[in-house]
Design a protein. Structure first.
Length: 274
């Protein structure tokens, strides 16, 4: 039994150095009472052999594997079945957690029982370079979900009992690539609330390749998630244009989207303030 279960999925990570950096950023946390559950989602033999060897370095790592690719939601639900922590912290295989991230997020949830989850601000990185920062809304409201998710998924920590009470992540193919958005809106629809620490405790990888892999069918999924989520949150009326927003964004070339993102977040603006 431990206080925190960190859950992460992997799948043929294109840069093993980044994957190693992501894993090490958790192992080097100032908060030590955690387990690190990593589930490989059907990667090829070469990557999995490397991952298996790398995970041997620390006994707190529990490595799981899917024989075939199941998708992020199924991977995270599988990790949750093995989790024993009071809190569930997310992590992605190409991002970096500040060494005090777990310590500060766990302390916040301990002090503030009224919140179900806590996130934080994040630097935006490409390669080894920091190119911007997302400063998130401190106390997101239901209306905060209209423009985009007010939380950075791999940077959040959630109470395990809350996740279990709503059945974890939705594994429907109709929400693929929008699993986190769907989860957060479902939590808010149930009356839960979240908070973003106004500290930069995370480095989130965002580059042109990130946008290039967002296929148009996943934009359709996000539209469905937005429609249903806005309806359940009671914010759909008069906001249909936000439901259709992903379709318009999907028509813009990835490199142009990246230029726009650099203009927006390179100036350190507050997410959702415009």
């Amino acid at each position: 039994m431990c206080r925190i279960s960190v859950v992460m999925g992997t799948y043929n990570e294109r840069d093993r150095r980044q994957a190693a950096q992501a894993i090490d950023s958790i192992l080097n946390q100032t908060f030590r009472d955690f387990e690190f559950i990593i589930c490989d989602d059907g990667s090829d033999r070469a990557f999995y052999k490397w991952l298996y060897r790398y995970c041997k370095k620390d006994s707190r790592i529990m490595l799981l594997r899917n024989e075939k690719n199941m998708g992020l939601a199924a991977v995270l639900n599988k990790c949750l079945k093995y989790a024993s922590g009071e809190y569930i912290a997310r992590m992605d295989a190409d991002d970096i957690s500040n060494t005090r991230r777990l310590e500060k997020q766990a302390a916040f949830l301990e002090r503030h029982q009224e919140y179900a989850l806590v996130g934080c601000n994040a630097q935006l990185i490409e390669g080894k370079r920091v190119w911007g920062e997302r400063r998130l809304e401190k106390m997101p409201r239901r209306e905060s979900f209209l423009r985009t998710s007010p939380f950075i998924h791999p940077a959040v920590m959630i109470r395990r009992e809350v996740l279990e009470s709503i059945g974890g992540y939705c594994v429907s193919p109709k929400v693929m690539r929008a699993e986190d958005y769907e989860l957060f809106m479902r939590l808010y629809a149930k009356g839960c609330r979240g908070y973003n620490l106004q500290e930069t405790l995370f480095q989130y990888r965002e580059d042109t390749k990130s946008y290039a892999k967002r296929k148009y069918r996943y934009r359709m999924n996000e539209c469905r998630v937005r429609y249903r989520g806005f309806l359940e949150l009671g914010i759909l009326n008069g906001n249909l244009h936000y439901v259709l927003k992903p379709l318009a964004a999907g028509l813009v070339p990835a490199w142009i989207m990246m230029v726009l993102r650099r203009k927006k977040y390179g100036r350190m603006r507050v997410s959702g303030s415009q």
